[in-house]
Design a protein around this ligand. Structure first.
Ligand SMILES: [Mn+2]
Length: 238
């Protein structure tokens, strides 16, 4: 056992200055990479060291030096990435981020790095593996309540990674307006909502799991099993 904490990369998003409240007007045209703090807090609480990944990095230079990766939440993925045309209900997209994250996942697969996905993170993992998305599923976009509100149940398959982490079922928050339609190659849907939505996936032979809800926004963030799983699996590489 090496007495060292694993380095866990976390993806973020890009914004122009005029989209950031409080940014000086003179900086309106400048780009900012932004990251939610809660993902990093979850990793820190589980014993890992979070590393925010700027979108300009070449993934082939950084991914082999990391021990694990967390694919975070964010905007819709460009449907053309999974062979579909944009529907009217599609919300904002970030092609630069799509491009970066798909290259990150190429390197994650090459290096067999442990990975966890949250919300958009689950979706980009699915798209990378050849799956598709529903572009709008309004009942799951519960955005009028605090993001920590547990609004529906997820039931986990017996014997899955998730039943080992969370038990037979759990109540989760739900902020997503998209979800998995066709599952990507190698993934199993092992957590479902009562309306048969895919809420949790795990890879059949890689250390990759992902959830559609937001554990980092729940009051259980600092003891959440998803972060513990990621830090544990990443530690095994040290
Ligand atoms: Mn949901």
């Amino acid at each position: 056992m090496v007495d060292q904490k694993p380095l866990i990369g976390i993806t973020g998003r890009r914004r122009k200055g005029d989209k950031l409240r409080g940014s000086l007007k003179v900086m309106n045209h400048l780009s900012f990479d932004v990251y939610w703090v809660d993902y990093a807090q979850g990793i820190i609480a589980a014993g890992g060291i979070p590393v925010f990944l700027p979108l300009s990095l070449d993934p082939s230079e950084i991914i082999p030096r990391l021990d694990g990766i967390l694919m975070s939440g964010g905007a819709d993925i460009d449907p053309r990435r999974y062979g579909a045309e944009p529907e009217p209900e599609l919300q904002s997209i970030e092609p630069v981020r799509d491009d970066f994250e798909l290259k990150v996942l190429e390197k994650v697969y090459e290096n067999n790095l442990p990975a966890a996905g949250i919300c958009r993170g689950l979706q980009i993992l699915n798209v990378y593996a050849g799956g598709t998305l529903f572009q709008d599923i309004p009942p799951h976009a519960v955005r009028e309540e605090p993001p920590s509100s547990r609004v529906h149940e997820v039931t986990f398959d017996e014997g899955s990674v998730f039943s080992g982490l969370y038990g037979a079922s759990m109540q989760v928050n739900s902020l997503h307006h998209q979800s998995i339609d066709r599952l990507g190659d190698g993934f199993l849907a092992t957590g479902l909502s009562s309306d048969d939505g895919i809420e949790a996936i795990e890879h059949s032979d890689r250390p990759i799991i992902a959830v559609q809800w937001h554990p980092e926004m729940l009051d259980t963030r600092d003891s959440d099993p998803l972060f513990q799983w990621l830090v544990q699996r990443s530690s095994e590489r040290l």
